[in-house]
Every structure is written in structure tokens, then in C-alpha cells.
Design a protein around this ligand. Structure first.
Ligand code: ASP
Length: 363
């Protein structure tokens, strides 16, 4: 019976997969946290939705015209880095010292090339600097003054550190310092003071995947603290065989759980198992030779499998003590959000579909 069911499922899903998968996909986030209706004014709500929509439109236009997933995720994040509502680029959170230090990373699923920067102070678009590290340096990860120096040598647009400041983040920083100095245990982990990290994942018309993440990190960070966002495998991962992931949340836990790579690895193995299972259920002829060879290109994984894997990995980091979320897309066109916070700024688009944006968990 089980064999018959698997066979039926196999033959029903295979043509459907080939026909229904969108030619390109784009999923974005603008941070996860205690994002609830009574904490966000109607003006903030509509400004954030407008910014997410604009970012989606920017990336979608590139993908629709046949541009690469890498170009799309970079361009999408440049829009969000410039928008002061997000904790990235302009509008990033303050360090303990009252400065702004950016982290960013990008990964190409086709080659598994990657670029990342941490603690940059003067590069207007940290995501573009991460891309340059990938494309134009022999390295993957640059930090601090060295990263800014490389940025200048590459001729990337520079900005005074104060250009990135907003009054809103300055206010958070002042409150954070006062409360910490008054003995409250906020640490670097208080979720109220940092949400707004941005991320994008995409699949292009060639079937290539890319992921990118950009952030100011956590309010009041000190001692050169680095979160998950610029750490390849934790905050960002892309692999054409499985998925592209960008994370947001309590970076310490996302690093420890290796969230982004863990999701891709589990998807890769789930896909392999599904093919092996399908192949094993194909009837054999009188000589014991299977009557049909299952090809990976004819097969996909359902949304439920991808959702389950992402939810399990988010639950794993939660079991260590963290909170946050991820966006995931796959080479089969799945698009997934998973988060354990009340809300996550997010949006998705795909070829031939109406784009959508959302903020609260119940949307
Ligand atoms: N993950 C970021 C960090 O830990 C912060 C965030 O996503 O809100 O630096």
C-alpha cells in the first residue's frame, strides 16, 4: 500500500513540479522581534510596508529581466540599508561607545563563493562591500578598519559615521546606557533595542540561489562583538543544491546553532532521501532492473517539508535560549518564513505572482 502511495505521489508530483515552479523567487526580511500592533504606530506600519514593497520591486525587476540572484539580493538590501526604519546602513543601532558599526554578508549558491564584513564605519553600503570582498579579494571575511580601507581602495561610496545616525536609535542607545548603568541586565541581547536587520534570498531564472544579510548588530554592543549576520553558515547561506537562507535574531544563538547552513544541509539530505525513496519504490522488471530512473531534475520538495525543517532549526536555536527568524527559498521555488517572535518584517515575490508584505505573526 505504502509503495502504491509513494508511486502515485511520485507520478502526480513530478509533472506538477516541472510546470508549477516559478522561474524566479525573492524573499526578504527586515528583522524579527517583539513586533506587535500596539508597539507600532500606523505611520511606522505603513512606512515599513512601503519600504519592504520598494525593496521587493527593486529585486523583482532584476530577476524578471533575467538578472542574477546575486545582483537581486544586493540591490534589494541597498534599498533597505538606505531606509532609516531598519537596523542596517542608515538607521543602524549604536554601539556602547555611541558609534555605528555595520556587519554584512553575501553568498553565491552556484559557486558557494562568499564575502563578509564586520565592524565597518564608513562604507555607505556594507552589502556592496561584502560583495566586493567576494568578487575582488582573495578573502571571505574582512573586519574593522581593514575592511573600510579595502572599501576605499575599491572606490565604494563613503559616508561620515554620523551620517548613519537617526534620533530614534540615539534615543534607544541613551536608554540602554542609562538602564544598564542603573544595574539592569540588558546585556547585548535585549530584543527591544535592535530589531531591523535586513536580509534577502533569491532564485534567478537560471536556477541559481543567493543570500544576503546586513545589520548594525545589537544596541550597546562592545568589545568588538560580532553577531550571526556576517557569519557565513549562521546568518547567511546559499547552495544551489538546497536553498538560500538569511536569518535575523539573537546572533549569539544563531551562531551556536549554525542556523543558515543547518537548514540548507537538512534540505539537501531530505531531497536526497526523497529521491532514494521514490527510486526504491519504482517497480522492477523480471531481471530486477527498475522500470524507471528518477532524475533529480524532475523532483522537488513540498512547502511543508521546507517549513518543517526551518521550524525545527528555529526551535533548536530557541532551545539554546535565542529568538528570531529566517527566510528561505529553494531551487524548486519554495518560499518560507519561520520565526519564533511575535512578528517579523517580511515580504515575498515570485514570477507571475502578486508580491506580499507582512509585519505581524498573525498575517
Ligand atoms: N542577528 C543580528 C545580530 O545578532 C541582530 C538581528 O538580527 O536583529 O547582530
Amino acid at each position: 500500500m505504502r509503495l502504491l502511495l509513494i508511486l502515485a505521489a511520485l507520478f502526480l508530483t513530478m509533472p506538477a513540479a516541472a510546470q508549477d515552479a516559478p522561474e524566479w523567487t525573492l524573499v526578504i526580511h527586515g528583522g524579527a522581534g517583539t513586533i506587535e500592533r500596539d508597539r507600532i504606530t500606523p505611520e511606522q506600519d505603513s512606512a515599513i510596508r512601503a519600504a519592504l514593497t520598494q525593496a521587493l520591486e527593486t529585486g523583482s525587476a532584476i530577476l524578471d529581466e533575467g538578472g542574477s540572484a546575486l545582483d537581486a539580493v544586493e540591490a534589494t538590501l541597498r534599498v533597505l540599508e538606505d531606509d532609516p526604519h531598519f537596523n542596517a546602513g542608515r538607521g543602524a543601532v549604536f554601539t556602547w561607545q555611541g558609534t555605528i558599526e555595520h556587519d554584512a554578508s553575501i553568498m553565491d549558491g552556484a559557486t558557494r563563493d562568499a564575502g563578509a564584513v564586520t565592524g565597518t564605519s564608513n562604507t555607505r553600503h556594507p552589502i556592496t562591500l561584502a560583495r566586493r570582498v567576494m568578487d575582488s579579494s582573495p578573502h571571505v571575511f574582512l573586519s574593522g578598519e581593514g575592511a573600510d580601507q579595502f572599501s576605499r581602495e575599491q572606490g565604494l561610496e563613503q559616508a561620515e559615521n554620523s551620517w548613519f545616525e537617526t534620533g530614534y536609535r540615539r534615543g534607544q542607545w541613551e536608554e540602554f546606557r542609562q538602564r544598564t548603568e542603573a544595574g539592569e541586565e540588558l546585556g547585548a541581547l535585549d530584543v527591544e533595542f535592535k530589531y531591523g536587520t535586513v536580509g534577502a534570498v533569491a532564485m534567478d531564472r537560471e536556477g541559481h540561489m543567493a543570500a544576503a544579510t546586513s545589520t548594525g548588530g545589537m544596541t550597546g554592543k562592545r568589545w568588538g562583538r560580532i553577531g550571526d549576520s556576517p557569519v557565513i553558515g549562521a546568518g547567511t547561506y546559499a547552495d544551489d543544491r538546497a536553498c538560500a537562507v538569511s536569518a535575523t535574531g539573537d546572533g549569539e544563538y544563531f551562531i551556536r546553532a549554525g542556523v543558515a547552513q543547518e537548514i540548507c544541509t537538512r534540505i539537501r539530505y531530505r531531497f536526497r532521501e526523497a529521491i532514494e525513496e521514490a527510486q526504491a519504490s519504482v517497480p522492477v522488471d523480471e531481471e530486477g532492473v527498475p522500470t524507471y530512473v528518477v532524475h533529480a531534475s524532475e523532483f522537488d520538495l513540498p512547502d511543508e517539508d521546507i517549513q518543517q525543517i526551518a521550524d525545527e532549526v528555529i526551535a533548536d536555536q530557541e532551545s539554546l535560549g535565542g529568538t528570531g527568524g529566517v527566510i528561505v527559498t529553494t531551487p524548486w521555488g519554495n518560499r518560507i518564513y519561520s520565526f519564533d517572535t511575535p512578528g517579523m518584517y517580511r515580504g515575498m515575490a515570485a514570477e507571475g505572482e502578486e508580491p506580499s508584505v507582512a509585519i505581524y505573526g498573525d498575517e
